[in-house]
Ligand binder design. Structure first.
Ligand SMILES: NC(=O)c1ccc[n+]([C@@H]2O[C@H](COP(=O)([O-])OP(=O)(O)OC[C@H]3O[C@@H](n4cnc5c(N)ncnc54)[C@H](OP(=O)(O)O)[C@@H]3O)[C@@H](O)[C@H]2O)c1
Length: 227
C-alpha cells in the first residue's frame, strides 16, 4: 500500500517504538494519528516532529476503554473520513516472578496487549473495510515465540497477539492485510534502554504497511531478520 496521503493511526505513539513509527510514517508521506494514554507531552513532541512532513493529529486513547476507542473512531472519521492502516503498538510489561505479580498487573498486561489490540481492530474494521486496500499491524514480540523468567504473563500476551493475527487473517476479506511485527529487545523504557534502535523497528513497520516484504496476510515479520 502506498503511504502518501494515506491515514494511519498508531496506538501508544507518545514514546518508544510507537513514537518512532509515527515519525517514520510521516516521513513516508502518511497522515498520522498519534495517540497517547498518559504521556501527553510525548505525543505533543511527536506531533511537532511529524508536522514537519505533513498532517499529524494527536488524540488521547486508552485501548482498554470501549468508549475511548469509539471516540477515536469518531475523531478519525471527522478529521479524515477514512483510515488506511492501524498500528496496534500500545503495550505494557511488568517483568517479575509470577508469585509477586498482582491481579491488577496481570489484567493490565492482558487488557492492553491482547484485548486492547482486539478491540481496536474490532472497532476500526468497519472503516478499514471501506478502503480498496488497508493494513493492520500488530506489534507482538519475539517474546511471542519464547518464554523466559519474569515473563510468565508478558510472554503469553504476545503469544496470544500472534495467534489473534493469524486467526483474523483467515476471516478478513483479501483487501485487508494483517501482520505481526515482532521486535526483539528494543531501546525504550520497556526494553530497559537496551537493544535495537526503535527507529530501525519503525522502518520495518513502515515497510510492512507498504508491502515491501511481500508476505501473505497473517504472517510474522520478525525484526531480527530485517535489521
Ligand atoms: N522495548 C522492547 O524491548 C519490546 C520488544 C518487543 C516488543 N515490544 C512491544 O512494542 C510495543 C511498544 O513498546 P515500547 O518498547 O515502545 O514501550 P514503551 O516506550 O513503554 O511504550 C508503550 C506505549 O504504550 C502506551 N500504552 C500503555 N498503556 C496504554 C493504554 N491503556 N492505552 C493506550 N496506550 C497505552 C503508552 O502510552 P502512554 O505513555 O501515553 O501512557 C506508550 O506510548 C509494545 O507492544 C511492546 O510490548 C517492545
Amino acid at each position: 500500500m502506498k503511504l502518501k496521503n494515506n491515514v494511519v493511526l498508531v496506538t501508544g505513539a507518545s514514546t518508544g517504538i510507537g513514537k518512532s513509527t509515527a515519525f517514520a510514517l510521516a516521513k513516508a508521506g502518511a497522515k498520522v494519528v498519534i495517540t497517547y494514554n498518559s504521556s501527553r507531552w510525548g505525543a505533543i513532541a511527536a506531533q511537532k516532529e511529524c508536522a514537519k512532513f505533513g498532517h499529524a493529529e494527536i488524540l488521547k486513547l486508552n485501548v482498554t476503554s470501549d468508549s475511548s476507542i469509539k471516540n477515536a473512531v469518531k475523531f478519525v472519521q471527522r478529521k479524515f473520513g477514512k483510515l488506511d492502516a492501524l498500528v496496534n503498538n500500545a503495550g505494557v510489561g511488568y517483568f517479575a516472578h509470577f508469585d509477586i505479580l498482582r491481579r491488577k498487573e496481570i489484567e493490565e498486561m492482558f487488557g492492553v496487549n491482547v484485548i486492547g489490540t482486539m478491540m481496536m481492530s474490532k472497532h476500526f474494521l468497519p472503516m478499514l473495510k471501506q478502503q480498496k486496500e488497508s493494513v493492520i499491524v500488530n506489534i507482538a514480540s519475539m517474546a511471542g515465540y519464547h518464554v523466559w523468567e519474569d515473563g510468565s504473563v508478558y510472554c503469553p500476551t504476545k503469544w496470544a497477539v500472534r495467534a489473534f493475527t493469524k486467526a483474523l487473517a483467515i476471516e478478513l476479506p483479501k483487501r485487508i492485510k494483517i501482520y505481526n511485527v515482532n521486535p526483539d529487545r528494543t531501546k525504550t523504557s520497556m526494553g530497559g534502554w537496551q537493544g535495537d534502535d526503535p527507529n530501525d523497528v519503525a522502518e520495518i513497520v513502515v515497510n510492512t504497511i507498504k508491502g515491501t516484504y511481500s508476505k501473505r496476510s497473517g504472517a510474522d515479520i520478525d525484526v531480527p531478520n530485517y535489521l
